[in-house]
Design a protein around this ligand. Structure first.
Ligand code: AN0
Ligand code: CP
Length: 317
């Protein structure tokens, strides 16, 4: 595998989950595969889980790791071509990328959507430039439109906790004070759509996601109907995708906060969230602290999804 930015890049999803579960049984089984290989992780945005879990995964495989926080200590990067660089950015991404490629074998990139220009975000300009100009294998650590390492970990977690063959999964929008990307919900829908599980997406009107990600999922505006009989509740905030509100917060209605009352309509569902989560906006203390909440095992599986991806990349160097 030379790139990993979307569900299609992992190929057969069943095989990928099986491989991940095998890796989890003995995460040091391939500890010399990455010997003398270097992972460079580049963060344009903050991170707790992705940073720690991906570094741990690389160490499990015997890799060396370099982490660069572009906004702390590196030169500010211009990303637009054709700009007269007389402002506050001393370096252009078009030099920075091939230079970064000189010092490593595999590059992970975190670069969120700007949420101002839909076309720019949905063309994935930043990560696509890394793929084109670095000369290295590149994987997404959340790009503008997808967060595939998260969705892969989510799917591993669902496999571990499901009690029926084809669970009903409800992905619910929940309120948040600031505008967040659509990457996590897009990606979650994209991955679940590659299984035969039932996926229902519920949100207030105006929060419709890009149809290419919604795919075969059912969009149910009636929140109570959506939660009815669900086995997994996947909560997430996202900003509006549809024009003219692209990237905007159009509601912070706390009726949509996941609480014990709405959870009662489910079939004793498990509660999931990618984290970080704002308590009592997205989900009540009671629900996230309940024994049905699996947010911590879900985060733990980030190490496993990252290790599976890195292992495949190392195998094809
Ligand atoms: C980010 C998002 O919603 O995409 C990262 C989630 C993994 N969340 C925040 O910025 C709070
Ligand atoms: N879920 C996730 O990607 O978390 P971080 O933003 O902390 O990496």
């Amino acid at each position: 595998m030379k790139k990993f930015t979307c569900a299609a890049d992992i190929g057969d999803i069943r095989k990928a989950v099986d491989e991940a579960i095998e890796i989890k049984k003995n995460r040091f089984a391939f500890d010399s595969l990455g010997r003398h290989k270097t992972l460079l992780m580049i963060f344009f945005n903050s991170s707790l889980r992705t940073r720690l879990s991906t570094q741990k995964a690389a160490m499990n495989l015997g890799m060396n790791v370099i982490v660069l926080d572009v906004n702390q200590g590196a030169w500010k990067l211009e990303t637009e071509r054709g700009v007269i660089m007389d402002g506050d950015k001393p370096e252009h991404l078009l030099e920075a990328i091939p230079v970064m490629g000189c010092y490593c074998d595999i590059i992970g990139v975190r670069s969120f959507a700007g949420l101002k220009d839909k076309a720019e975000d949905y063309e994935e300009r930043i990560i696509e430039q890394f793929i084109k100009y670095s000369g290295r294998s590149v994987f997404s650590m959340e790009a503008a439109t997808r967060h595939p390492l998260q969705s892969f970990a989510d799917l591993i977690t669902i496999e571990e906790f499901k009690t029926v063959e084809r669970p009903k999964i409800v992905m619910t929008w929940a309120p948040h004070p600031r505008a967040l990307p659509q990457a996590v919900p897009n990606s979650f829908a994209e991955w679940i759509n590659r299984t035969d599980y039932e996926l229902v997406i519920t949100h207030p009107e105006g929060y419709e996601l890009d149809p290419q990600f919604v795919g075969r999922a059912k969009v149910e505006y009636d929140r109570e109907k959506a939660f009815d009989g669900a086995h997994f509740v996947y909560a997430k905030n996202w900003s509006a995708y549809a024009d003219p509100n692209y990237g905007k917060v159009i509601s912070t209605d706390r009726k949509w906060t996941v609480d014990s009352d709405i959870m009662k309509l489910t079939d004793n569902a498990r509660f999931m969230h990618c984290l970080p989560v704002r308590r009592n906006m997205i989900v009540t203390d009671e629900v996230i602290e309940s024994e049905r909440s699996i947010v911590i095992p879900e985060a733990a599986n980030r190490e496993i999804s990252a290790q599976t991806v890195l292992k495949r990349m190392l195998e094809s160097l």
